[in-house]
Ligand binder design. Structure first.
Ligand SMILES: Cc1cc2nc3c(=O)[nH]c(=O)nc-3n(C[C@H](O)[C@H](O)[C@H](O)COP(=O)(O)OP(=O)(O)OC[C@H]3O[C@@H](n4cnc5c(N)ncnc54)[C@H](O)[C@@H]3O)c2cc1C
Length: 368
């Protein structure tokens, strides 16, 4: 019998910290290992929808957030409104650092050990390898170490990702009086999502462009802001003005990983991006990670049963995200027809569009 906590969680991102809290609530002993020297996040935003927010509520985690009033689709080149879909309560705009800080504070308060500065090189059936010949045995491992972590390599060694033909930039710029809504500025072959953060004086931007080739992976490659401005040079104000203010920008290639073919191997079970990295077109990766964290903690005695229950919902969300990318990038006659339909829906029943996602947002994994 191996000593140590019942559950070891690899990765102190959103999935790992939430799962640690949820496991502790079920009375299990748990520890978290993280490669970063301290718990921080990159400077970027997240939309937390009611389905993920319910998990945060159940865990007693309340990050600093702005309520989002609507999702607003805009024709990027004319600046014309296509549809503004009002949102009910529970849609929040959060800085990632604020969410990690709130989760980390709750983990500390629960007395869960988080061991930072531990880079795991490989996962095996009963131990982790830290390099330098150091191994850490575990009884049960939750792999919350993201799309490129070693847990995924152990559980699904042959699973490869494919470049989607899209690159994304992210930036935050100062603004004044921006509406409390997520705006999606659509156009042929590219779109730009933006929403305010914190006191409403920062605007989070994610801009996506179709491009034939890409080699680098990861989130943190700096780029020349001029390239972002050039890609959206024919967009209308205020987007052009906002892009003129970008001083720092990062770019990365969007990879389609699909669903990892299996989420468990022996005592190792994947959650969050390790199990199903999502494309950002439905803003659900972190929300699904929160759902995974809660539900796995309840189903940890039978992870295969847990996986069978979760897979259909996650697959549906991933498919819906992919479909959005195509819809945002329409051109020519298809774009004109789609935009006319959206403008009509905007006049008649704008809330009907949001209702199409009731299966996603109204789901409550906490049973509250
Ligand atoms: C542009 C963009 C916008 C997005 N917007 C949204 C949104 O609005 N709403 C939403 O719900 N989702 C969004 N997402 C998705 C969301 O960011 C991810 O799905 C989510 O952060 C995944 O969390 P995770 O904890 O599973 O993985 P990660 O955040 O990747 O965390 C993994 C952790 O494991 C650690 N780790 C990795 N490897 C090792 C190792 N070898 N040894 C030790 N530790 C290791 C890492 O340091 C990290 O702390 C967006 C994604 C992108 C790219």
């Amino acid at each position: 019998m191996i000593d140590g906590p019942e559950v070891t969680i690899l990765g102190a991102g959103i999935a790992g910290l939430a799962c640690a809290l949820a496991c502790a609530r079920t009375g299990r002993s748990v520890q978290v290992l993280e490669q970063a020297p301290a718990l921080t996040e990159i400077g970027a935003g997240l939309q937390i929808a009611p389905n993920g927010g319910r998990v945060l509520n159940a865990l007693g985690v309340r990050p600093r957030a702005l309520e989002s009033e609507a999702v607003h689709l805009i024709d990027g080149r004319t600046g014309r409104r296509l549809i503004r879909m009002p949102l009910g309560p529970g849609f929040r705009l959060v800085h990632r650092a604020d969410l990690i800080a709130a989760l980390a504070e709750a983990v500390r308060a629960a007395g869960i050990p988080v061991l930072t500065g531990i880079h795991v090189e490989a996962v095996e059936a009963a131990s982790l390898h830290r390099g330098g010949g150091i191994t850490v045995p575990f009884r049960r491992l939750v792999g919350a170490d993201g799309a490129r972590g070693p847990s995924r390599t152990f559980v699904a060694p042959d699973h490869a990702a494919r470049f989607t033909g899209q690159v994304a930039w992210r930036a935050i710029v100062p603004v004044e009086d921006w509406p409390r809504e997520a705006q999606i500025h659509v156009g042929p072959g590219r779109h730009l999502v933006c929403y305010p953060l914190r006191d409403g004086r920062s605007l989070n931007i994610v801009a996506v462009e179709e491009r034939a080739e890409w080699t680098a992976a990861g989130w943190s490659q700096p780029d020349d802001p001029g390239r972002l401005r050039a890609a959206f040079a024919d967009y209308a104000d205020p987007i052009r003005q906002v892009l003129d203010r970008v001083e720092q920008v990062h770019v990365w290639g969007l990879m389609d990983h699909g669903l990892t073919p299996r989420w468990s191997r022996g005592p190792v079970t994947l959650i969050g991006d390790a199990a199903h990295p999502t494309l950002p077109f439905l803003a659900q990766g972190a929300n699904l990670a929160l759902e995974d964290a809660w539900t796995l903690a309840q189903g940890l005695d039978d992870p295969e049963r847990w996986e069978a229950g979760r897979r259909p919902r996650v697959a549906r969300a991933l498919d819906a995200a992919k479909a959005n990318a195509a819809n945002y990038h329409l051109s020519g006659i298809k774009a004109r027809a789609a935009h006319a339909a959206l403008r009509l829906a905007d006049r008649v029943r704008p809330q009907a569009m949001a209702a199409r996602y009731a299966w996603l947002y109204e789901h409550d994994v906490t049973g509250g």
